[in-house]
Design a binder for this molecule. Structure first.
Ligand code: GTR
Length: 324
């Protein structure tokens, strides 16, 4: 008991020192390393929250999967072990079905189209889906466009994918996407992808240029095909348990800072995509740009048939398409 007390006092002092004596410290997890747009946006939010609360509320960002892989971080946030998590919609697909339609391949025409949809009523409806799983949406971030990359050969058309093995995020949507393309899906955590490509367990993976760059995957898979099959949202979510501990005033403050961090993130994103493309090209990677997306879009029909099953979901797809 005495030992426990000493331990608690010691950790309280340490926490106080580390965070500059904040009354409330929100711990936020991200799979990406420092310098990545999502990490920097949450740090920016932390600085805002601290300033706006007169130093009372702080955010501590744990980058580079320091507290576990994305799926674990999401669970920890649901249970209130972690206060916040920034993650792709992918690992939420099986948990929060409302995230599935906006994660379908080629559902958005461009990142700008995605922003318009997510910033409007559809984004609010999806937030209710997260709320049902004890997660409070603080903002929708950006994942740009995801494309295939591999260690074997330049891919220019669907037929080139035949029989190849690609890592996908742990979501049934993407397993079905790969099947529709005639390739094999291996769902696995992000942190295992590099060594799995290196050892030939998989031929490649799919991601946006900043992730392809910062994960180092370009070192082991040099062919990047700009097919842009997935333009999908990411989310900054807070644990409902942590949210409920805040006063109504502090909730409003945190929510506003989260909202304000969205344009900051999106601006950092555009710059990072350019920087990453330049970096991987300089390191010998090949970006295959001249892709006819038509056949890729057409091949997704069975995936849509599987996930857009009710008149409500069909209506959702129509509303997304109609958003200008
Ligand atoms: C990145 C995304 C991460 C993570 C990763 C992955 O683009 O920002 O949150 O989901 O992809 O593929 O696991």
């Amino acid at each position: 008991m005495k030992f426990m007390k000493t331990l608690l006092v010691t950790s309280a002092i340490l926490a106080g020192t580390a965070a500059g004596a904040c009354e409330i410290t929100l711990r936020s997890a991200d799979t990406h390393p420092a310098g990545y747009p999502t990490v920097e946006a949450v740090k920016w939010m932390g600085a805002q929250v601290k300033e706006r609360s007169g130093g009372r509320i702080c955010i501590e960002v744990f980058a580079a999967s320091e507290l576990g892989e994305e799926k674990d971080a999401i669970e920890q946030t649901q249970f209130g072990v972690l206060d916040m998590v920034r993650a792709s919609f992918g690992p939420f697909n099986n948990l929060v079905p409302e995230t599935q339609v906006v994660s379908l391949p080629y559902i958005f025409r461009s990142p700008d189209h995605m922003h318009k949809v997510m910033d409007g009523p559809i984004g609010e409806e999806i937030a209710k889906g997260f709320a049902a799983h004890d997660l409070v949406v603080l903002g929708y971030y950006d994942g740009g466009a995801r494309s295939f990359y591999n260690s074997q050969k330049p891919i220019t058309k669907i037929e080139d994918l035949a029989g190849m093995k690609f890592r996908v995020m742990q979501s049934d949507v993407f397993v079905d996407m790969m099947a529709a393309l005639g390739a094999n899906a291996t769902p696995m955590p992000y942190g295992e992808v590099y060594s799995s490509i290196q050892t030939g367990v998989i031929d490649g993976a799919e991601n946006n240029p900043p992730s392809y760059d910062t994960s180092g995957h370009f070192e082991v898979a040099k062919y990047y095909t700009l097919d842009e099959h997935l333009i999908m949202p990411e989310v900054l979510a807070m644990s409902k348990t942590s949210w409920d501990k805040l006063s109504a005033e502090d909730q409003a403050l945190v929510a506003q800072a989260g909202k304000d961090s969205v344009p900051v993130m999106r601006e950092l994103w555009s710059a990072k995509v350019k920087e990453s493309e330049e970096k991987v090209l300089a390191s010998g990677a090949e970006i295959i740009r001249d892709i006819d997306k038509g056949p890729f879009i057409a091949a997704m029909e069975p995936v849509y048939a599987k996930y857009v099953t009710t008149p409500e979901l069909q209506d959702l797809v129509s509303r997304i398409k109609a958003t200008e």
